[in-house]
Design a protein around this ligand. Structure first.
Ligand SMILES: Cc1cc2nc3c(=O)[nH]c(=O)nc-3n(C[C@H](O)[C@H](O)[C@H](O)COP(=O)(O)OP(=O)(O)OC[C@H]3O[C@@H](n4cnc5c(N)ncnc54)[C@H](O)[C@@H]3O)c2cc1C
Length: 616
């Protein structure tokens, strides 16, 4: 291998053309199926599909209005009659009681233990009955075909699509979760570079479920388990494909491979970005920053890299993929992800040990093998999704995994989103880096002409992220305040709607329970005068049993709105129910508003003599 030695110990190596095979597409280990019913305009019958032993009825003709005419934007979310007209008095009473129970701290805190104890005392039958009359009945669609079909049909009749979510979760002990995590995140090889603490596993944070209530956590239990997960997803995709055009399945990448690879790849990307900033400076938006050959030479000299003009010309030409005369972040990322030996470019001599160290870590052979296995699984899912006309939405996870997840998703988009949106990424607006991340990926999609699919959320891991950053002494990745997160959400929402207005090839889901965000999205759609066709590229998402006063009016007005609809046996969805209870516990969670609206509607019906009200 040819090497050129420079002063200050930094060396440049010859570029090689070896590529890391990054292809692919994901789904999530949980069965998250979004059944988008807008595409079922011509179907008048419910369709059954076999899904892990459960036949699932599909919605009929919800959301089909938006395509034809502009959906109204000034929706009244305080209209309790409209919000709850799909619910019987019993369902309203049950919902109000469930939210009331969520305010009892002791019950929420010890929910799992209490449920297990109750089951022992009351027996299975009575336990199931009581759960049906409370949390399970409210938050979960059921466990068999008829139960699930009932819920999905009802949503459909009110203009709401369903994203079926196989909500079964293993109730791992803290000890087991910690062991699984530490075993699966530690590399067998001692790294030849200085590692970043942030991308290393730490026992005190290894049970990733701690302080995370609104998202499910997967632990690596071996390659066979990952294959099982993939097979479950394949079945889901088949089920969605058999029943809809353009339905959805959702995926968490941590379900499909060893998380150590995600940590390692994230570290490579993070170090790569820092190195890029040393060349291009820190002025302006990251996506607009770039350097030309002169700057490259100057900065390289400042960093202590000596090279001849010929050499610098050669290196620069190699990096400048589109011959623009500049290297920007897109060029740079491309080099990092695709060229294994890119890391060989930047090697320093450690003055203490005299050893060579790469500024950019390289993958070991084992890590490359792990990566390939994960990508093969994801690719299989993507291929199947493409064949079946299903879209895959990839969840965003913790920041120490997210750079890798996002990068893989973009590679999948590049491969599969050529003609339409098959793959959707997720952007967490509580991150300080959210705007840079979204704008860089949007720019890549524009430059390469593929469809950009995304879900916009605030983010589910705030407390975990903050505490980890504090204890490990790295910068808190989260926005300083809730207001900053809100501002960021609105800003990114607007960027995406403006992009759609300009004819951009994009599909965006605003996944939020925040009424102000939904209103802001609607008013921006109105202000920008999006055509019905453009509105067809915009979706809203909420969970079953949450914020019906937002979901149903949206659906009835003709907007494309979806509920995550979890299903599974009572015993096995308890962790999911426990998290829902925790989420609705705080006074600030929004459930207090919902609770009061539910009671008001119940009182109104009783005063009106609608004791046997039948949902329309
Ligand atoms: C359909 C759907 C899909 C989702 N998918 C994902 C996903 O893939 N990945 C993911 O991470 N989450 C996901 N979430 C969860 C989401 O990120 C939020 O945690 C949750 O929806 C609450 O946010 P909100 O916008 O609904 O409402 P709000 O209640 O208005 O916002 C609460 C959120 O604001 C932020 N926040 C609160 N306090 C502060 C503070 N002091 N400083 C900074 N920020 C603060 C946090 O993100 C918090 O979760 C999803 C949610 C839904 C409904």
């Amino acid at each position: 291998m040819h090497r050129t030695v420079f002063n200050h110990g930094i060396k440049l190596l010859k570029p090689t053309q070896r590529c890391i095979p990054v292809a692919v597409l994901p789904t999530r280990q949980s069965l998250l199926l979004y059944i988008s019913n807008h595409s079922l305009q011509n179907r008048n019958v419910s369709i059954k599909t076999e899904l892990s032993g459960t036949n699932v009825a599909q919605p009929k003709d919800a959301n089909n209005v938006a395509h034809k005419q502009e959906a109204p934007w000034d929706i009244d979310f305080t209209n309790i009659v409209e919000a709850y007209k799909s619910k019987s008095n019993y369902e309203i009473f049950r919902a109000a009681m469930v939210f009331q129970l969520c305010t009892i701290g002791f019950l929420v805190e010890h929910g799992m233990t209490i449920s297990k104890y109750m089951k022992k005392v009351t027996g299975k039958w009575l336990f199931k009955k009581s759960m049906n009359m409370s949390f399970y009945g409210h938050f979960v669609a059921g466990e068999n075909q008829d139960e699930i079909r009932g819920v999905v049909d009802k949503l459909s009749a009110h203009g709401v699509g369903a994203i079926l979510d196989y909500a079964v979760e293993e109730d791992l002990s803290e000890e087991k979760a910690e062991k699984l995590e530490m075993d699966s995140c530690k590399s067998n090889v001692t790294p030849e570079y200085e590692t970043m603490d942030r991308y290393q596993p730490h026992r005190e944070f290894s049970d990733r479920r701690k302080k995370v209530v609104s998202a499910r956590t997967y632990f690596y239990e071996g390659e066979a388990k990952c294959d099982d997960n993939m097979n479950i997803f394949l079945k889901c995709i088949d089920a969605v494909g058999a029943t809809t055009d353009g339905g959805f399945a959702a995926v968490k990448l941590t379900a499909l491979g060893r998380p150590q690879f995600l940590l390692q790849f994230s570290e490579v990307l993070s170090k790569g970005q820092k190195l890029f900033e040393r060349f291009c400076g820190k002025e302006g938006n990251l996506v607009d920053r770039k350097f030309d050959q002169l700057r490259f030479e100057t900065k390289a000299a400042k960093l202590g890299i000596l090279m001849s003009r010929d050499e610098s010309q050669k290196w620069f030409t190699w990096m400048d993929r589109d011959d623009s005369g500049y290297v920007d972040l897109l060029d740079w990322n491309e080099m990092i992800a695709k060229h294994r030996k890119f890391s060989d470019l930047f090697v320093v001599l450690n003055p203490e040990t005299g050893d060579e160290e790469s500024l950019l870590p390289k993958f070991t052979d084992e890590e490359e093998a792990q990566m390939k296995r994960m990508l093969i699984r994801v690719d299989a899912l993507a291929q199947r999704a493409l064949e079946k006309n299903v879209r895959l939405m990839i969840d965003a996870e913790q920041t120490y995994f997210q750079p890798a997840i996002s990068r893989i998703v973009m590679e999948m988009m590049r491969k599969f989103n050529r003609k339409k949106t098959v793959i959707m990424n997720t952007y967490q607006c509580y991150l300080k880096s959210a705007e840079d991340n979204l704008c860089t990926d949007l720019a890549l999609s524009q430059r390469e002409g593929f469809h950009f699919g995304l879900k916009l959320v605030r983010g589910a891991y705030m407390e975990h992220e903050r505490e980890r950053a504090k204890q490990l002494s790295y910068d808190d990745p989260i926005q300083p305040s809730y207001e900053d997160t809100n501002r960021n959400y609105n800003k990114l929402l607007k960027i995406m709607l403006e992009h759609i207005k300009q004819g951009g090839k994009a599909d965006v889901m605003f996944a939020s329970h925040n009424e102000d965000s939904v209103k802001y999205a609607l008013s921006t759609i109105h202000d920008l005068e999006l055509t019905p066709q453009m509105q067809h590229q915009v979706y809203f998402g909420q969970l079953l049993g949450m914020c019906d006063h937002i979901t149903f009016p949206l659906g009835q007005a003709g907007h494309r709105v979806f509920k995550y609809v979890p299903f599974g046996p009572v015993d096995e969805v308890l962790p999911y129910l426990h998290r829902r209870a925790q989420e609705n516990r705080s006074v600030l969670s929004g459930s207090s508003l919902e609770r009061s609206m539910l009671w008001r509607e119940l009182r109104r019906r009783l005063f009106k003599g609608q004791i046997f009200y039948k949902p329309t």
